[in-house]
Design a protein around this ligand. Structure first.
Ligand code: TMP
Length: 207
């Protein structure tokens, strides 16, 4: 694997997608071979799995089914999109990856972290981003922002304590892997956050 794998993570409403797009454009303008993708999604099959996962009609979905579907979607995404790009030396920017599963299904839903880890081994073979940009914001502000743009899916409709557990989970993941996961507080404006992200990426890549 010759490329560079970058993931964006965070609770709802942190502006991850906006920042992922800005980084994508920045790298493109520098002449890099770069792809921008997202989870759950990125392939035709994964988009269908996303619809099943996020539909508000699927209230009866068990936490285990949810875990398996996120991983099924990821396995397809890796095989069809991520690995081919990394193998040819490209930058891959993904809006969410395995840390989302640990934060949402692990810390949020309360599924056993070791169980998640065993399924992750099967689905990803332990593929991990080189750099993870964890955008952090308080839960109330994040949920308000997303509801303001009418973005409400099955996970977003979970209560505030669920999202608090997810946010705390992300903080624990960042504390465990400070070299890979960079926590960025999103109290600043979009441009300023973008500049700090460029600074972090350049530091890690050494250019
Ligand atoms: P988003 O991409 O619009 O943020 O929506 C994806 C939703 O799915 C979001 O609520 C986070 C959730 N999610 C998980 O619960 N586990 C996962 O592994 C991933 C990738 C996303």
């Amino acid at each position: 694997m010759k490329g560079t794998f970058i993931s964006f993570e965070g609770i709802e409403g942190t502006g991850k997608s906006t920042q992922a797009k800005l980084l994508y454009t920045y790298l493109r303008e520098k002449g890099a071979d770069v792809i921008l993708t997202e989870e759950p999604g990125g392939t035709q099959i994964s988009v269908k799995i996303r619809e099943v996962l996020l539909s508000v009609e699927h209230k009866e979905m068990s936490a285990l089914t949810e875990l398996l579907l996120y991983n099924a979607s990821r396995a397809q995404h890796i095989q069809e999109v991520i690995m081919p790009a990394l193998d040819r030396g490209a930058f891959v920017i993904t809006d969410r990856f395995t840390d989302s599963t640990l934060a949402y299904q692990g810390y949020g839903r309360g599924l056993d972290l070791q169980l998640i880890d065993s399924i992750d081994l099967i689905a990803t073979g332990r593929l991990r981003p080189d750099i993870t940009l964890l955008l952090d914001l308080d839960v109330q502000t994040g949920l308000k922002r997303n509801r303001g743009i009418n973005k409400t899916d099955r996970l977003e409709l979970e209560d505030v304590p669920f999202h608090e557990r997810v946010r705390n989970g992300y903080h624990m993941l960042a504390a465990k892997e400070p070299g890979r996961i960079k926590l960025i507080s999103v109290t600043a404006g979009i441009d300023e956050i973008h500049r700090s992200i460029i600074h972090i990426i350049s530091g890690v890549l050494g250019s």
